[in-house]
Design a protein around this ligand. Structure first.
Ligand SMILES: *[C@@H]1O[C@H](CO)[C@@H](O)[C@H](O)[C@H]1NC(C)=O
Ligand SMILES: *[C@@H]1O[C@H](CO)[C@@H](O)[C@H](O)[C@H]1NC(C)=O
Ligand SMILES: *[C@@H]1O[C@H](CO)[C@@H](O)[C@H](O)[C@H]1NC(C)=O
Ligand SMILES: *[C@@H]1O[C@H](CO)[C@@H](O)[C@H](O)[C@H]1NC(C)=O
Ligand SMILES: *[C@@H]1O[C@H](CO)[C@@H](O)[C@H](O)[C@H]1NC(C)=O
Ligand SMILES: *[C@@H]1O[C@H](CO)[C@@H](O)[C@H](O)[C@H]1NC(C)=O
Ligand SMILES: *[C@@H]1O[C@H](CO)[C@@H](O)[C@H](O)[C@H]1NC(C)=O
Ligand SMILES: *[C@@H]1O[C@H](CO)[C@@H](O)[C@H](O)[C@H]1NC(C)=O
Ligand SMILES: *[C@@H]1O[C@H](CO)[C@@H](O)[C@H](O)[C@H]1NC(C)=O
Ligand SMILES: *[C@@H]1O[C@H](CO)[C@@H](O)[C@H](O)[C@H]1NC(C)=O
Ligand SMILES: *[C@@H]1O[C@H](CO)[C@@H](O)[C@H](O)[C@H]1NC(C)=O
Ligand SMILES: *[C@@H]1O[C@H](CO)[C@@H](O)[C@H](O)[C@H]1NC(C)=O
Ligand SMILES: [Cu+2]
Length: 586
């Protein structure tokens, strides 16, 4: 008896009558995403990649705040995948959040699954991407959330809009290469070229094929750029020659405007940026390159300068190449990244108030580190590189955490610790084996509904592996109330916390050899992943899970599962876990 059909049937029974035909308030949109292999040529090489509807970049989802979007993903590819709606809160609905092994198992080839996405709190730009293996390399797209019907932006209505997606291209079959590297316990591949709206631009040196994105603007107009950092595995800088950028939104919330000649963006970050075409009509490059924060001995990274062209419309003569943005910081310009990031503030106005928790019920201190374990003969060096949170490298369970939680399946996960097992000089220079070696585990932090959490993420220099770690939380944004270098000092550093207008974001870099302090209220019941958004760190286990328990009412409890939750191929339900309803069905 296959477990698959049991789960599907039980879920379907629970759901009868819940399928929405009427929205309360917003509009309901339906989209079909056909996932399949498509040949794409970049950097003079053709490879077959997974795409949605044959299109790299994937389709844009457009909705208003208050709307609901259903996306039916039809997997016509060769391997399973999931989709995540990055920056969308998904109130009470972890079933549609997407991370594989956390809230679902993969949608297998020749099957389909319908995600429900409610846009409740977020407004501005967010995005969607695959959340299984490294498939999000090519399976991603922008989500535009317009102000709710009858409301408008906290800035003058722009004359036009432009979506800019920063990405990265890898030569070769990425998932296969990564699988091999993980088995060997060695480093992951670097990208071979950065991309702007899917193209590397005409400054690339790898090949003679010029593929450049062009954006035509009209003199005097102001545009809202909706920027998505879809880059898989690195932080990047971005700038447009001769023009300032005015950043007005981040991660689906408006912020105090930042006027800046360049931006620094972690993977996963989205921004709303006002751009005024007010310079001498001509051609201007927009450009992006890596922000590299690893040890100075690391030199093999992707050095490419991705470009696209901003072209003023009209009748003028222009000779020569476009102007390159001389304000674009170079790879290791740490200061530039810090200066930009330090400016991010909430609007904190009457209309957009700040609600940072002041009475804290749960305090956590989470050490973010590179580590190793001994491995069996499967790997060459005898050591396998891992990365950890509180000395645990996340191990994928055989059945997703959400199912295990909802169906009371025991033995799948243990408790994630509030504190590291050992306190040491995290940002020191020397670490003995008792600090370097780690182990794998599947550990979950359970929070009561409505708890207020303060969490310090503390970076380390173990294995000379200190670098920025863009930590991402699903299911809610968090306030970033402080950050600094060195070891967090629990007496002096809290005095510097910003409780007045801290930014509310879903991803934020723990600085190299430093720490950040975040706060949030656990008022979204469900199962929520948190992890470093650098893909190789996530693959090495820099991840954990929050379970937010139900409150006392239906409105403060998780919704029941939707029909057709994908089953987990490597998991068959032992008979003792089947409750009477399930036994009847089987
Ligand atoms: C999501 O939207 C649907 C359709 O509008 C609605 O039925 C459902 O209650 C919403 N869910 C939440 C959690 O708001
Ligand atoms: C994707 O392709 C399918 C089949 O051609 C089509 O029905 C659907 O509307 C497309 N979806 C999007 C978002 O363009
Ligand atoms: C991609 O190109 C290869 C080589 O030309 C071809 O064999 C394959 O069928 C193509 N795949 C798709 C999905 O078009
Ligand atoms: C960009 O902003 C800076 C600081 O406000 C200002 O000095 C500079 O002139 C601006 N540059 C352009 C091109 O508008
Ligand atoms: C990218 O631009 C920087 C700064 O001009 C330059 O040093 C570097 O060589 C360029 N990278 C490549 C791959 O050409
Ligand atoms: C463009 O400008 C040139 C020189 O000012 C003029 O000769 C030409 O007619 C203009 N063309 C158009 C299409 O307006
Ligand atoms: C799981 O356990 C809780 C608490 O004992 C119970 O309320 C709930 O009904 C159980 N769920 C299932 C699906 O058995
Ligand atoms: C931690 O290590 C750093 C770097 O070597 C050193 O400057 C600092 O004094 C050390 N801190 C403690 C408390 O030992
Ligand atoms: C981490 O865990 C491993 C194995 O469980 C242990 O040997 C090591 O000492 C721990 N490291 C720290 C810093 O506590
Ligand atoms: C959560 O707790 C706050 C007080 O900290 C309270 O005002 C609020 O009503 C609670 N929310 C719910 C839904 O219980
Ligand atoms: C602050 O840190 C010190 C040393 O790391 C520790 O002994 C103390 O218990 C901590 N205090 C609080 C309030 O966490
Ligand atoms: C989608 O999957 C459901 C089962 O979950 C199946 O009944 C339906 O036929 C599938 N639809 C398509 C278009 O494949
Ligand atoms: Cu990281």
């Amino acid at each position: 008896m296959a477990s698959r059909s049991i789960l599907v049937h039980v879920a379907a029974l629970l759901l009868i009558g819940v399928l929405p035909f009427a929205a309360h308030g917003g509009t309901v949109h339906y989209h079909d995403f056909i996932v399949k292999e498509t040949n794409v040529t970049r950097l003079c090489m053709t490879k077959s990649v997974l795409t949605v509807n044959d299109s790299f970049l994937g389709p844009v989802i457009k909705a208003r705040r208050g709307d609901t979007v259903y996306v039916n993903l039809h997997n016509q590819g060769d391997y399973g995948l999931t989709l995540h709606w990055h920056g969308v809160r998904q109130p009470r609905n972890p079933w549609s959040d997407g991370p594989e092994f956390i809230t679902q198992c993969a949608i297998q080839p020749s099957t389909n699954f319908t995600y429900e996405i409610n846009f409740t709190e977020e407004e501005g730009t967010v995005w969607w991407h695959a959340h299984s293996d490294w498939t999000r390399e090519t399976v991603h797209g922008a989500i535009v959330v317009l102000p709710a019907e009858g409301t408008t932006y906290p800035f003058p209505e722009p004359d036009g809009e432009e979506i800019i997606i920063l990405g990265a291209w890898y030569v070769g079959k990425l998932n296969l290469i990564v699988e091999e590297d993980l088995a060997q316990g060695v480093n992951m591949p670097n990208s071979n070229g950065y991309l702007i709206n899917g193209y590397p631009g005409d400054l690339i040196v790898e090949c003679t094929m010029r593929q450049t994105y062009r954006w035509v603007v009209e003199y005097g107009k102001t545009y809202l750029i909706r920027l998505v950092t879809a880059v898989l595995d690195a932080e990047v800088f971005f700038a447009i020659a001769g023009h300032n950028l005015t950043v007005v939104g981040m991660d689906g919330a408006y912020i105090k405007p930042i006027v800046t000649p360049y931006i620094a963006a972690s993977p996963g970050r989205t921004m709303d940026i006002l751009f005024t075409a007010d310079q001498t009509p001509g051609l201007y490059y927009m450009a992006s390159r890596e922000h590299q924060s690893e040890d100075a001995t690391v030199t093999g990274f992707d050095h490419s300068n991705a470009t696209a062209i901003v072209e003023y419309q009209g009748n003028y003569s222009y000779s020569g190449t476009p102007l390159f943005p001389d304000d674009l910081p170079v790879y290791r310009d740490f200061k530039a990244s810090e200066i930009f990031t330090a400016q991010i503030r909430s609007l904190a106005s009457q209309e957009y108030p700040v609600d940072v928790p002041l009475d804290i019920t749960t305090r956590m201190f989470v050490v973010v580190s590179m580590n190793v374990i001994y491995c069996d003969d499967s790997c060459q060096s005898g050591h396998e590189i891992l990365s950890t949170l509180n000395n645990i490298s996340w191990l994928d369970p055989p059945v997703d955490i959400l199912k295990a939680y909802y169906w009371n399946i025991s033995g799948i996960y243990g408790d994630f610790p509030d504190y590291p097992p050992t306190w040491y000089n995290f940002t020191g220079d020397y670490f003995d084996d008792s600090i370097v070696f780690t182990s794998k585990g599947t550990k979950v932090k359970v929070l009561n509904f409505n708890e207020t959490v303060e969490l310090i993420f503390q970076g380390t220099n173990v294995l000379f592996g200190s670098m920025n770690h863009p930590m991402h939380l699903h299911g809610q944004s968090f306030y970033v109330i402080g950050s600094g270098y060195g070891n967090f000092n629990n007496e002096t550093d809290p005095l510097t916390f910003n409780l007045v207008n801290p930014p509310k974001l879903n991803t934020y870099p723990v600085p190299k050899n430093g720490w950040i302090a975040i706060r949030f209220r656990a008022d979204n019941p469900g199962v929520w992943f948190f992890h470093c958004h650098l893909q190789h760190h996530q693959s090495w286990g820099m991840a954990g899970v929050f379970i937010v328990l139900n409150g006392d009412t239906e409105e403060t409890s998780m919704r029941p599962p939707p029909p057709g939750m994908p089953s987990c191929p490597s998991w068959t339900i032992p008979f003792e876990f089947l409750d009477s309803d399930m036994k009847n069905i089987s």
